[in-house]
Design a protein around this ligand. Structure first.
Ligand SMILES: NC(=O)c1ccc[n+]([C@@H]2O[C@H](COP(=O)([O-])OP(=O)(O)OC[C@H]3O[C@@H](n4cnc5c(N)ncnc54)[C@H](O)[C@@H]3O)[C@@H](O)[C@H]2O)c1
Length: 418
């Protein structure tokens, strides 16, 4: 560990980290366009932005975009297993206050978030709401100089809305997850691909012919089910919501309670944002060799805590533990933490281009509307969301039609009928 303005695993990894960042930059053209504009307009001049995000090559591109816009940035990870150590080193060498390494303990996790808080941010960017929650509960003195915040994921937005309901949220936070260019792209295509990538890297299992159980048919679950089906799996969905369950049925999947799915599944993926979706009782029903992975935000979807308390455990290889439950082997990927970030590299850069374009423009929106926004959860105006899609289409050189004046009039009129 080196300690200065940063704390990373090994600063010697910086050069390889910078090559990875360069690769990501080449695939994140929408964000790069925003970076070009920011570097002349400098919207964040004089501001400090504190972040708790997965420290990946794509996040590094966001960091560099905000720095190009004049911000001073400090960053800690939002998950103890997701930091890409070479990327963290590259950011540190580039002068960013970065704190975290892959495999950090829970105490270190909060120590690093506190290190970000110690830089006295005027804006926050969170993935999961731990930074906002820590500022509100332990450092409320920072709130008066806080312009606003941005939240990346579904679970974080759920926590923020709960804070707002209790009148506990004291500054405006943009729910970037609610952008169409975030949850309908990142959660669906990103998690769909990267969560399966995580399982493959942890296990190298053949997906074809396996019963693949997806718990939760929201944006992420739909993506995972689609990709598992594409690889030849026989997909089963579990749900608690009637409409989502019906959608899964109409998409051609079998739907059943987890108690039944547990008996037939070969691979299980939780993506609910809920807790104890797979319990020890479920595991007792599972087949020998069943594989369990989670892509929901926190490590509470699979009850790994109970497994650790009572079952014999062997580390089989990186990102894969074996437990013996009722005499049968149960294989758990990445300790039940986000498998796509812990066992693989997170979402591909292309999908993070639009998610993080949303973060960058949300920060700019907060600055432009400084003092005008009420404390609470805010949705970005639709035209900003649309601009992100336009930028990405431009980046990938896809052209579309535009409405003629006659069509625009027709679409806004109620008088035209049969
Ligand atoms: N791994 C990643 O990179 C990544 C990316 C985006 C979001 N996420 C996280 O994934 C989780 C899901 O996000 P989303 O956008 O799909 O949310 P969503 O709200 O669209 O979907 C969640 C679904 O889970 C269902 N559900 C809740 N409890 C359940 C239970 N006990 N059993 C079965 N189904 C249950 C809900 O009814 C809902 O349909 C969140 O924690 C989110 O933060 C992870």
């Amino acid at each position: 560990m080196t300690k200065q303005e940063y704390e990373v695993k090994d600063i010697g990894l910086a050069d390889s980290g910078m090559l990875n960042i360069e690769l990501a930059e080449g695939r994140m053209q929408a964000l790069q366009k925003i970076r070009e504009r920011f570097s002349t307009e400098k919207p964040f001049k004089g501001l400090t932005i504190g972040m708790a995000l997965h420290i990946t090559k794509e996040t590094a591109v966001l960091v560099r975009t905000l720095v190009a816009g004049g911000a001073k940035v400090s960053i800690a990870s939002c998950n103890p297993l997701s930091t890409q150590d070479d990327v963290a080193a590259a950011l540190a060498k580039d002068g960013i206050s970065v704190y975290g390494y892959k495999g950090e303990s829970k105490d270190e996790y909060y120590k690093y978030i506190d290190a970000v808080i110690a830089t006295k941010p005027n804006m926050t960017i969170d993935d999961g709401c731990d930074l906002v929650s820590r500022i509100h509960t332990m450092h409320p003195e920072l709130i008066k100089s806080m312009i606003g915040g941005c939240e990346e994921t579904t679970t974080g937005v759920i926590r923020l809305r709960a804070m707002a309901r209790d009148s506990a949220l004291k500054y405006p936070v943009v729910a970037v997850n609610d952008n169409k260019t975030k949850h309908l792209l990142d959660n669906y295509y990103g998690t769909g691909q990267s969560a399966i990538d995580g399982v493959l890297r942890a296990t190298n299992i053949l997906i074809a012919g396996k019963v693949f159980v997806v718990a939760g048919y929201g944006e992420c679950g739909k993506g995972v089910a689609m990709r598992a089906k594409g690889l030849g799996a026989n997909v089963v969905v579990t749900e608690v919501n009637h409409f989502s369950a019906l959608q899964a049925v109409l998409d051609g999947f079998r739907v059943m309670p987890m108690a039944e799915a547990a008996k037939i599944g070969d691979i299980f993926m939780t993506v609910t944002g809920d807790m104890k979706v797979i319990t020890l009782d479920h595991m007792k029903q599972m087949k020998d060799g069943a594989i369990l992975a989670n892509a929901g935000h926190f490590d509470v979807e699979i009850d790994v805590a109970s497994l650790n308390k009572s079952m014999k455990k062997r580390k089989m290889r990186n990102s894969l533990d074996e437990y013996v439950v009722n005499g049968k082997r149960i294989h758990v990927c990445s300790e039940g933490r986000l498998v796509n970030l812990a066992a693989a590299e997170g979402h591909p850069s292309e999908v993070m281009a639009t998610s993080f374009a949303g973060q960058a423009l949300a920060c700019e929106y907060l600055i432009k509307n400084k003092g005008k926004l009420k404390a609470g959860v805010i949705t970005l105006p639709e035209d900003i969301d649309d601009e992100i899609a336009r930028l990405e289409l431009e980046a990938i050189n896809v052209k579309i039609d535009s409405l003629t004046a006659e069509q625009a009039k027709y679409l806004s009129s109620w008088k035209e009928g049969t």
